[in-house]
Design a protein around this ligand. Structure first.
Ligand code: AMP
Length: 660
């Protein structure tokens, strides 16, 4: 066999092994052999680059998508489904169907995978394009990321001229738990549920990331087929199975009562699926009958999604623990006896705050109903009071911080209870984790575990100390080592050149979130300019209100903050904004735009005003500084004239910027 033939033979073998492993779940080739053969194929393809084809097993993980995803207009729209929430509603659906089809119908029942819908296009048996559902008509081209999903065949046994298949991409529950564990260790934000995680993974510009996320698919429909006709839906699913797709599990039912029974059983057995399900789908099986029923503007009349209520289970509250957050807020959490819910083991539930506990009267020892409905942390629905043991007491949050012992106070206008200890170690720890987190200073490798050991070893007390770490000392820490220590120090070094907006957010000043930090950095250009700003200047910035301004001023006044800023400055941390500083010529001025402007849209005019520190408002009042009136201005212009507010033409408006 010459090398060209060997290439072809290796591809077939690898394709087959892949299919057995990922689709049939019945591997016949060892991992070792697979890797070996893949390597050989890569070598040969490097030698004969002209022989590389897009469906080769070596091509699953390609290069980055340069600038976002292209739009894809779906040949056949990816429709939504009508929801039913009870057996009665299901029977009503059946009645509507049978009015159009009095001779009786057969139904197909499938689990409703809680992932995201995609369309896979094949031409002459080759996978050419895959797109997200988008709004059903237009989606995004995510071909490169879909190719990394090993259960999606790149080549089909039968080469129809054109075939479009619809399926649901999901993150298996196991991969999801692992991914979130890893993210937690790295101090990154967690995905709320497998669906969000799958969506985030499919929209990565770098297919390597998508490839690492362990995504999978179940296909459930033929959208379009040229060169084949089918009579029933079940037949299409069988065909897809022969074409080596991973097909949705499905059952045919002769009556709606049978279908309802299947749905009930599916709901009870939902744990066993590797994916989350949020319902079951009932579909008319005969394709000609589907044509008769047709679709409404939104969904087909021949299918319905039966939605399961969020799963609830009883468990016992064994303890209530209180954590102290970065801003000193005491957050209570119920520790419950482990219980399986929606595919994960639940061991604690959020209690929000004292008001929530009081309202539901949750006590240690109580049996409670726990529910998981898409959030990361499950919640308590109700206390099963008839199962309350004797001797329980109403629960009250401690009046002293459980970490530093300082007294706590309740926020004047809210439900939060806060530690007053300025030096509270718990706050410090959280503060450091926040400082290093991805949206703040983005210091890779500085997650909660590492922060804890740095603080524990006395090397770090506040963020300033990070910039004076001794690499050798760090390497001696438990679970560290030379290499990780070097990486950590390099990441810290790198963070010195971050934009000011990241640093501002990293400070964790109350009220100053990511957005405010960006606006402030862009407006003032440097930390020194921001520190010098008074309340009036601050509140003149769009989106910055009085409370935020006060919070900034008092933060900058505190000696600890001053000390921190000086430490950072000495260490060479960048205190400037990378963006060109915006002007302030219109600071404190409020504009109302009305009528049709000629040279720019209202949004553009608004952006120009904001870039100079002005504000745009939708209605004219005494506080309005100027009204800019375009063609056919109406009531707002009249109001301005009544109130005697200066009215500018477009030219006069532009002149303001020339002065600026
Ligand atoms: P909805 O978005 O709630 O109207 O539900 C429709 C969505 O359910 C579609 O976008 C499908 O992607 C998804 N889905 C999941 N599993 C299935 C299935 N077995 N049959 C049809 N649609 C499904």
């Amino acid at each position: 066999m010459d090398e060209r033939q060997e290439i072809e033979a290796l591809r077939r073998e690898l394709e087959q092994a892949n299919y057995e492993y990922y689709v049939l779940d019945n591997p016949s080739m060892s991992d070792y052999d697979f890797d070996h053969k893949l390597r050989r194929l890569e070598e040969l393809e490097a030698k004969y680059p002209e022989l590389v084809t897009p469906d080769s097993p070596t091509q699953r993980v390609g290069g980055k998508v340069a600038d976002g995803f292209q739009e894809v207009h779906h040949r056949v729209p990816l429709e939504s489904l009508q929801d039913v929430f009870s057996v009665e509603e299901l029977e009503e659906f059946d009645q509507r169907v049978r009015e159009a089809l009095p001779d009786g119908v057969e139904y197909d029942v499938e689990p409703k995978v809680d992932g995201l819908s995609v369309a896979l296009e094949y031409e002459n048996g080759l996978f050419v394009r895959g797109a997200t559902r988008g709004d059903g008509q237009v989606g995004e081209d995510v071909t490169e990321n879909l190719k990394t999903i090993p259960s999606i065949p790149l080549r089909l046994p039968e080469a129809l001229p054109s075939l479009i298949v619809r399926g649901e991409v999901f993150m298996p529950k196991k991969s999801f738990e692992r991914l979130n564990e890893e993210r937690e260790l790295r101090g990154e934000s967690l995905f709320a549920n497998p669906r969000n995680a799958a969506a985030g993974s499919l929209r990565q510009l770098d297919p390597k990331i998508a490839a690492s996320r362990g995504l999978d698919i179940r296909v459930f429909n033929i959208q379009w087929a040229e060169g084949r006709t089918f009579t029933t839906h079940s037949e299409t699913l069988e065909y897809l199975q022969q074409q080596r797709f991973k097909v949705i599990p499905h059952d045919t039912c002769q009556t709606i009562a049978q279908a309802a029974e299947r749905i009930r059983a599916m709901g009870e057995g939902r744990e066993a699926y590797p994916f989350d399900i949020d319902g079951a789908v009932v579909k008319v099986n005969n394709l000609a009958e589907r044509e008769i029923l047709g679709s409404t503007a939104k969904f087909p009349r021949w299918a319905a999604a039966y939605k399961y209520p969020p799963e609830q289970k009883p468990s016992r509250v064994v303890d209530i623990v209180v954590q102290v957050g970065r801003t000193g807020v005491l957050t209570p959490k119920a520790v419950v006896e482990p219980v399986r819910l929606a595919g994960t083991t639940v061991t604690n539930a959020t209690l929000h705050n004292q008001d929530f506990i009081t309202e539901k009267d949750i006590r240690i020892g109580d049996t409670v109903l726990v529910q998981k409905a898409g959030e990361i942390i499950p919640e308590i629905v109700e206390v099963l009071k008839d199962r309350r043991p004797e001797g329980t007491e109403p629960y009250h949050l401690p009046d002293h911080c459980p970490v530093c012992g300082a007294p706590v106070v309740r926020d004047e206008d809210g439900a939060h209870i806060r530690c007053t200890g300025a030096e509270c170690p718990a706050q410090r720890l959280r503060h450091l984790v926040h400082f290093a987190s991805r949206d703040a200073m983005d210091i890779e490798g500085l997650g909660p575990a590492v922060v804890e050991s740095l603080v524990g070893a006395g090397m770090v007390q506040g963020p300033g100390d990070l910039y004076h770490l001794d690499g050798e000392e760090v390497a001696k820490l438990e679970r560290m080592g030379k290499k990780s220590a070097e990486n950590l120090l390099a990441a810290i070094e790198k963070s010195k050149s971050n934009d000011l907006s990241r640093l501002l957010f990293a400070f964790g000043i109350r009220q100053v979130g990511q957005k405010a930090a960006k606006v402030l950095a862009a407006r003032f250009g440097s930390l020194d300019a921001l520190m010098a700003a008074g309340e009036e200047e601050l509140t003149a910035v769009p989106d910055i209100g009085g409370i935020t301004a006060q919070s900034l001023i008092s933060w900058f006044q505190s000696p600890q903050s001053r000390h921190l800023i000086e430490t950072l400055r000495e260490a060479g941390v960048n205190l400037e904004s990378h963006e060109a500083p915006a002007g302030d010529k219109l600071a404190g001025k409020t504009f109302v735009l009305t009528g049709a402007l000629e040279r720019f849209t209202r949004d553009q005019a608004g952006a120009m005003i904001e870039a100079q520190g002005g504000k745009v408002s939708g209605s004219v009042s005494k506080k309005t500084s100027y009204v800019v009136a375009g063609e056919a201005a109406g009531s707002k212009l009249r109001k301005a004239q009544e109130l005697g507010i200066p009215v500018l033409t477009e030219e006069e408006f532009l002149a303001l910027f020339e002065e600026a």
